[in-house]
Write a protein that binds this ligand. Sequence first.
Ligand SMILES: Cc1ncc(COP(=O)(O)O)c(C=O)c1O
Length: 411
Amino acid sequence: MSSSDFIVFGAPKIDQDEIDEAVRCLESGWIGTGPRVARFEKEFGSYKGEPFAAAVSSCTAAMHLSVLAAGIGAGDEVITTPMTFCATVNAIVHAGATPVLADIDPLTMNIDPAKVEERITAKTKAILPVHFAGRAANMDALTEIATRRGLKLIEDCAHAIETEYHGRKAGTFGDFGCFSFYATKNVTTGEGGMVLTKNEEDLARIKMLALHGMSKDAWKRFSDEGYKHYFVVETGFKYNMMDLQAALGIHQLRRVESNWLRREEIWRQYNAAFGGLPVTLPAAPEANTRHAYHLYTILIDDKRAGIGRDEFLDEMTANNVGVGVHYLSVPEHPVYQEKFGWRPEDYPNALSVGRQTVSLPLSAGLTDAEVSRVIEVVRNTIIVKSKGRRSNGLRLKSREQNGQLCAQPLT
Ligand SMILES: Cc1ncc(COP(=O)(O)O)c(C=O)c1O
């Protein structure tokens, strides 16, 4: 097997339409923020059924701007999940606010509303849930808490482009919905993000902050409509999306459903193939919701599987299967321990998931042969190791019992 047989984790499915649009964009002479970004915003907004959408450079930028636009800053607290990418927490910190963690439900891996309630103080200004792996967070409970306690709700929808919950689309529950179009995401622009807002004022502020704090439509200043003066009204950021990125996004979005169907099919194949293995599979999607099937994560408990999570990761890589870890719980990282005094053991559910979880390839671009290969490598690894563990257990026990064989494995 050559290195070209390596299955890259999260490899995007880029078709000819994206390539042609990118070439047309390059040839147009307008590659920065312009008409293609405006089109992508409009089409993404229509997909979500929301009129107010601002394209930005990343989901991290989307969340940073949302926290600022929510009027949150120094002295304020924002409650989020320990089972997320560092960007969720960093966005809160960049806005000058203090992140506060509430542990997850171990089954859904989403923030536990009861734990959120426990962490609310007089300083709490917002809840920032993540729809982990594409599974909707408990939005009934979170929306109820936010309304009752007068808190803003900002959704991290990095995994949740297609996610729906009780008839509503992810990103439309909160005051702000933040999306990622990073290379591995369900819709990709290479790097990129989107914010959905509930009103025009928030949208205008986000757009202004995303482009240096320059007054409305400053990106049009070099267009054929004649030079337009702009004024800087806030010290903003450089968080705008380029037309070259939107050129990809426009066509990626058109295939969002067919790609989702392909990932659902792979998800089902994995469930069928791994059902009998001594590992924990992702929880079945909740009724009356739509899972975005962004990550297929299995939990490897060395006591059951006969192999530790990290050894399993090495085995996958050695067999040319690219894997991911989503995520080591946030408090495992030294910077947060130093900054906020967080201890991993204070968030036991996130800690346990973070130390056992492995994400298997789930890209819509996987071929049938690649899916079969992932299945074969995972099954072989677990079956061999768990058998080894059982026979090792038998040996140990038989030694204990002076050579008498006992059929009961040591667990
Ligand atoms: C849950 C979550 N939030 C936020 C982000 C940040 O997204 P971006 O890379 O677009 O800034 C990611 C990216 O992987 C993510 O998985």
